[in-house]
Every structure is written in structure tokens, then in C-alpha cells.
Design a protein around this ligand. Structure first.
Ligand code: NAD
Ligand code: TYD
Length: 356
């Protein structure tokens, strides 16, 4: 298909948390690009996340499953896809513990089906093509409390079915460069937070529970450490790496922002209580220590100095500012939260896209 756009970029998982921020950034910043958002609209996909840009001329949504090779091939051909930013995945560790097969299917087989499609549709020397795979720091396993960081050369050592499936997909992506020369890039990012995150993940779940005076289930002793990055900073890094990153390379993305879970939870409680005009610390009584997550990684911490030194990326937001913005967003968007927690968002959009 001939069209007026400089690039036709397939963004997978664009109806999810991080994907929706990436889609919005690309649609806004690059009117010369045609952005095709491919998403299966699983429980985690919500087109309400993109309401503000859904009618833009350079944006198209396609409902499809990345594991469905024939559909993906057709979409590639119909839209003359020149680049891929691949975010579609099953993303929640607790779900992966209950249902590892779904994670292997989507994250490994789905990624493989996209790679195989790109290989069939693009021609060597692949000028202007890029297959950019978004991955996680969880593939590196766990750190101890010893001040070390994950770097791009840290050996893969995944522990959860989620991280094992992401590691598998990362290996396939690299194998497609090594074997077929497909132009690929992989990035491994730390925990993201911000608007539109599905409330199964720690931060939105706890904000919503505090609002409704519901218990806050802290796994184990709350001593595990995560390195938190504001989602729009991740989207900016993706934009930079898609355009300036070296083919076949890997970049770690992180905020140098480690928080012990229990300390982070106390900051969230304080912020929600303040914004709801409750007495300071009133909601601390909601903290409920529960059985630890199986195989719970102790500490994640990313060294993102390669990305800073080579491409000049740094997080733009201080954590205090990011968490304030995030809590405020969830409190101001209770309708979004209610639709997600009740399941109404799915009925509405599933009906719209059924049988397309
Ligand atoms: P998410 O669960 O919010 O969104 C995933 C999206 O993928 C959803 O819109 C869902 O409908 C879609 N999807 C799932 N299975 C699909 C399939 N078979 N076909 C097509 N679409 C499908 O996830 P997220 O938190 O936005 O994460 C996005 C990506 O970033 C994932 O690859 C994840 O591994 C990675 N990542 C996430 C984090 C984080 O903190 N959330 C950190 C680092 C990397
Ligand atoms: P989560 O948001 O699920 O991200 P990930 O497991 O990918 O890091 O969890 C962040 C941390 O919070 C992790 O150490 C597990 C912990 N946690 C709880 O203590 N209680 C909860 O209800 C959830 C969802 C997470």
C-alpha cells in the first residue's frame, strides 16, 4: 500500500499501560508517521486509555492476537509496516504463577510470530526497518542488598514464569538478528508507574484500596526493593532508542530510584490521605502483611548509564513529583478505575471490535 507517511509503525500492546503512552507520544510527536496500534484487548487492554487520540488521522487501531500468524502477516502487508515497537505481553507476575502457559504462548510464541512476519515482509539490507522489543529487568533475576546493579552484560537468570517467558522472547529477538540479520533492538526496563496502569499492580491497586478503605496486602515483610520509573520517561527513552539506538544492541532503562516496598507504600498512603483531606497516616492501619509471593525476587536495580552516556537519556521527573502526579491522576479519574475494576470497559470495546 502506497501512502503519504514516512514510516508505518506497528506498536503492539498499545491499549495497555506503557503501550498507550508510547502510542500517544508517537501520534502526537510524529504526524509524518502512520501509527498502527495492534492489540488483542485482553483484560489488560483498554482503548479508553487512548480516547484523546483515537480520531487522529495518523492513528489506526487493529484488534488482533500476536500469536495469530496469518492475521499478523495480513496486517503487515495491508499497512506496509516498516518498523515494529513490540510491547504486547502478559505482564503480571502473580498471574504467571497461576497460569504459566498463557505467558509462554503470548510472550514467547507471540513474539516469534511477529519476528517471523517481519522476516518474511522485510528485505535485506533492511534499510529503514527496525524491530524493537520492549523487555524487563526481571530477566536478570534478583540482586542482594549489596549496592550492585543490573547492567547490559548481567547474565540472564529469570525466576518467575513471567520473567522466564520474557527472557525467552529476548533470546528469540537476538537470535533473529544473529541468524537472519533482522534489525533488532532490545531494552530492559525497571518497574514503571503512572496513569493507566491496570490495578493489579502495586501502585494503582494500593491507591484504589486506600481510597475505598480496603486492606493493603503487603507480600512477606515488605522488604523487597523495586526501581521505579515514571512511564512517560520510559516512553521518551523508547522514542530515542527507536530513532538513535544501535541495531543489535541492548539498553537498560531505569530511574536510579530504588524503594523498599513498605517505604513506598507509606509514601502512597501519606499522599492519598493528604489529597483526600484525611488525617495524616490514617490509612496505615490498612497495611496487612500476607503470605509472600512464590519465588519473590528480592531486589531489582538498573544501571542505565549506557543509555545516558551513548544517547543522553535521563529520567526527567523526580520520584516525589511523579508519585504526586500519579496519585492525583487515579483520584481524579475514578470513573476510569471503576470501569476497569467492574469490567465495564471490556464489554464496551469488545462489542465495538467484535468480528472486525
Ligand atoms: P499491560 O499488561 O498493561 O499491557 C499489555 C497489552 O498487551 C494489553 O493491552 C494487552 O491487551 C496486550 N496483549 C496481551 N496479549 C496479547 C496478544 N496475544 N496479542 C495482542 N495483544 C496482546 O503491560 P505493560 O505494563 O504496559 O507492559 C508492556 C510491555 O512492557 C510488556 O512487554 C512488559 O513485559 C514490558 N515491561 C513492563 C514493565 C512494567 O513495569 N509494567 C517494565 C518493563 C517492561
Ligand atoms: P508488581 O507491581 O506486581 O510488579 P513486579 O512484581 O513486576 O515487580 O509488584 C511490585 C512489588 O510489590 C513486588 O515486590 C510485589 C509487591 N506487591 C505486594 O506486596 N502486594 C501486592 O498486592 C502486589 C500486587 C505487589
Amino acid at each position: 500500500m502506497e501512502n503519504k507517511y514516512k514510516q508505518n509503525i506497528l506498536i503492539t500492546g498499545g491499549a495497555g499501560f506503557i503501550g498507550s503512552h508510547v502510542v500517544r507520544l508517537f501520534v502526537d510527536k510524529y504526524p509524518e508517521y502512520n501509527i498502527i496500534n495492534l492489540d488483542a484487548l485482553t483484560y489488560a487492554g483498554n482503548l479508553a486509555n487512548l480516547k484523546d487520540i483515537e480520531n487522529r488521522p495518523n492513528y489506526t487501531f487493529v484488534k488482533a492476537d500476536i500469536c495469530d500468524f496469518d492475521s499478523i502477516l495480513k496486517i503487515f502487508k495491508d499497512h506496509n509496516i516498516t518498523g515494529v515497537i513490540h510491547l504486547a505481553a502478559e505482564s503480571h507476575v502473580d498471574r504467571s504463577i497461576k497460569d504459566p502457559f498463557t505467558f509462554a504462548r503470548t510472550n514467547v510464541m507471540g513474539t516469534l510470530s511477529l519476528l517471523q512476519t517481519a522476516k518474511e515482509c522485510w528485505n535485506s539490507p533492511y534499510e529503514g526497518n527496525c524491530f524493537y522489543h520492549i523487555s524487563t529487568d526481571e530477566v536478570y533475576g534478583t540482586l542482594q542488598f549489596d549496592g550492585t546493579f543490573f547492567t547490559e552484560t548481567t547474565k540472564y537468570d529469570p525466576h518467575s514464569p513471567y520473567s522466564a517467558s520474557k527472557a525467552g522472547s529476548d533470546h528469540f529477538v537476538r537470535a533473529f538478528y544473529d541468524t537472519y540479520g533482522l534489525p533488532t533492538i532490545v531494552t530492559n526496563c525497571s518497574n514503571n508507574y503512572g496513569p493507566y496502569q491496570f490495578p493489579e499492580k502495586l501502585i494503582p491497586l494500593f491507591i484504589n484500596n486506600i481510597r475505598h478503605n480496603k486492606p493493603l496486602p503487603v507480600y512477606g515483610k515488605g522488604e523487597n526493593v523495586r526501581d521505579w520509573l515514571y512511564v512517560e520517561d520510559h516512553a521518551r527513552a523508547i522514542d530515542l532508542i527507536y530513532h538513535k539506538g544501535k541495531i543489535a544492541d541492548t539498553y537498560n532503562i531505569g530511574g536510579f530510584n530504588e524503594w523498599k516496598n513498605i517505604d513506598l507504600i507509606k509514601v502512597i498512603i501519606k499522599t492519598v490521605d493528604r489529597l483526600l483531606n484525611r488525617p495524616e497516616g490514617q490509612s496505615e492501619k490498612l497495611i496487612t502483611y500476607v503470605t509472600d509471593r512464590a519465588g519473590h525476587d528480592l531486589r531489582y536495580a538498573i544501571d542505565s548509564s549506557k543509555l545516558k552516556n551513548e544517547l543522553g537519556w535521563e529520567p526527567s521527573l523526580q520520584f516525589e513529583e511523579g508519585i504526586e502526579k500519579t496519585v492525583k491522576w487515579y483520584l481524579d479519574n475514578q470513573e476510569w478505575m471503576d470501569n476497569v475494576t467492574s469490567g465495564d470497559y471490556q464489554e464496551y470495546y469488545q462489542k465495538m471490535y467484535i468480528n472486525r
